[in-house]
Design a protein around this ligand. Structure first.
Ligand SMILES: [Fe+2]
Length: 254
């Protein structure tokens, strides 16, 4: 009997507590265990094809979901299949019927009329993203080796110092832009930033040379997963840098 009374008291207390707090409980958002999980992409990068024109999408060397958990599939799909594709299509529109149609993207960027905002934004957007996707990869990260490592050690003191400087530059970009590692004409490496879709090939760049790698710090590059936490995106970016691709870009310099 005593046991039944105790049980009844406990149940009543629970019901009263639940009723008393019902309003609060319905208003409080309880984080689900999967709230921070990524939403997988369902599409295929191969299906992303630009409208007919001088420039085409270069594809990805990996699937949309392959950069998880550092870059979520939905972000990669939207970034490549919507944003990057948009730049490519608008670049084609901008060069259509002009002498630029037969020029390389590098030639267009080096001779850029900065007042031509449609060309400036879309040629930059096309080229910058080509490099970004090229130097990322699954099962990447770590430290560079070979000539890239030698140059980084020579010009920044150590890989860790380079990484800190590059990351700090990325955190410091106001608004939308990019950070670059540039091989300058005198054979040294330098970190520089650019706003919007500008890049080191354009005539207004303070640092000129051949871009070896970059990071996109536009919000569209990280907002779905990282929200306003750009530093976390930058920290995880290093897990995706494929140094063999950076080394390959260095090997292309004549
Ligand atoms: Fe982007």
């Amino acid at each position: 009997m005593k046991r039944n009374i105790l049980l009844l008291t406990a149940v009543t207390s629970f019901l009263l507590f639940s009723c008393k707090n019902k309003e609060e409980m319905t208003e409080v958002q309880v984080p689900s265990a999967t709230a921070k999980d990524s939403i997988p992409a369902k599409g295929d990068p191969k299906s992303v094809v630009a409208n007919q024109g001088a420039f085409q999408m270069k594809g990805l060397n990996y699937g949309y979901n392959d950069l998880e958990p550092y870059m979520d599939g939905q972000t990669v799909e939207t970034h490549y299949g919507k944003h990057h594709l948009g730049y490519c299509n608008k670049l084609n529109d901008a060069v259509k019927g002009t002498p630029l149609e037969t020029m390389s993207i590098e030639e267009i960027l080096k001779g850029m009329d900065l007042k031509n905002s449609a060309l400036r934004n879309n040629a930059g957007g096309y080229y910058n993203h080509n490099i970004f996707w090229e130097i990322l990869g699954p099962k990447a990260g770590g430290r560079p080796t070979g000539k890239v490592a030698e140059l980084i050690n020579k010009d920044f003191g150590s890989f860790d110092q380079f990484k800190t400087q590059f990351s700090d530059a990325a955190k410091g970009v106001f608004g939308s832009g990019w950070v670059w590692l540039v091989y300058q004409n005198d054979g040294t490496l330098k970190i520089t930033t650019s706003i919007n879709q500008d890049n080191p090939l354009m005539p207004n760049s303070e640092v000129k040379g051949y871009p070896l790698m970059n990071i996109d710090v536009w919000e569209h590059a990280y907002y779905l997963k990282y929200k306003n936490e750009r530093p976390k995106y930058i920290e995880n970016f290093w897990q995706l840098v494929d140094w063999s691709k950076v080394e390959y870009r260095l090997s292309l310099i004549k």
